[in-house]
Design a protein around this ligand. Structure first.
Ligand SMILES: [Fe+2]
Ligand SMILES: [Fe+2]
Length: 227
């Protein structure tokens, strides 16, 4: 489901497009050329369970996290985000949601998507001619990104936080609702139980509070009454 891309009205009645700022600025981002090549090779592996859109939102969140952490290496964190869930393409489609379902889960399938993702990441990074030292670090992050509770280093922590923070976005809540047949309120409570206490950076924890506040307003009776 796409957010609204074009207006339904112009209540002002005059054209203000000439006063809209152009170019790179805070909050406006695009994939870099190198990341676009990685995305194009990763995307065919991300067509299960909305992992493609999840990956792009997590990429955007990771860009914000990297901007806030000068010691991070964006050329490790961001390719790792683009590649981290490619391994789900190797898990039978009807078992993918069992792997992460509340009240159980299939740890074996979680491990499998990490291992398969690490292999796909290696292939993609070789194809784009990525730096070998960074390739090793990216593969290390992908292999264990869900099962490993602690971060190996800052780049790993930022990738893990960006991955989890997506769930609190409007797209994340929408997606989780339909995975498990949950109301918006139920989905948000499930997500919150799996995100807030598992984040690894202060910036990630702050972002989570903001996203959770927005998600909470979405289900406020007063907000719903406004239509
Ligand atoms: Fe994953
Ligand atoms: Fe993910």
């Amino acid at each position: 489901m796409l957010p609204k891309l074009t207006p339904l009205a112009n209540h002002l009645g005059t054209d203000v497009s000439g006063s809209i700022p152009q170019g790179e600025q805070v909050g406006v981002l695009d994939l870099t050329e190198a990341h676009r090549r990685i995305w194009e090779l990763a995307e065919p592996h991300l067509k299960v369970r909305s992992n493609d859109a999840h990956t792009l939102y997590s990429y955007g969140i990771a860009r914000a996290l990297v901007d806030l952490h000068p010691d991070a290496d964006p050329e490790v964190v961001l390719p790792a985000v683009l590649l981290h869930d490619t391994g789900w393409s190797k898990v039978p489609g009807d078992e993918v949601l069992q792997a992460i379902a509340p009240g159980g889960g299939r740890p074996d399938l979680v491990l499998r998507h990490e291992k398969e993702g690490a292999l796909i990441a290696a292939d993609v990074l070789a194809e784009v001619g990525a730096d070998p030292a960074r390739t090793a670090r990216i593969i290390e992050i992908v292999d264990g990104h869900d099962s490993r509770r602690e971060a190996l280093h800052l780049d790993d922590a930022l990738m893990k936080d960006a991955d989890k923070l997506w769930r609190l976005t409007p797209h994340g809540v929408d997606t989780v609702m339909d995975w498990f047949g949950l109301t918006r309120d139920e989905a948000h409570r499930l997500i919150a139980s799996r995100v807030h206490d598992h984040l690894l950076t202060d910036a990630g924890r702050t972002m989570a509070r903001v996203l959770a506040a927005v998600a909470s307003v979405d289900v406020m009776p007063q907000r719903i009454a406004l239509g």
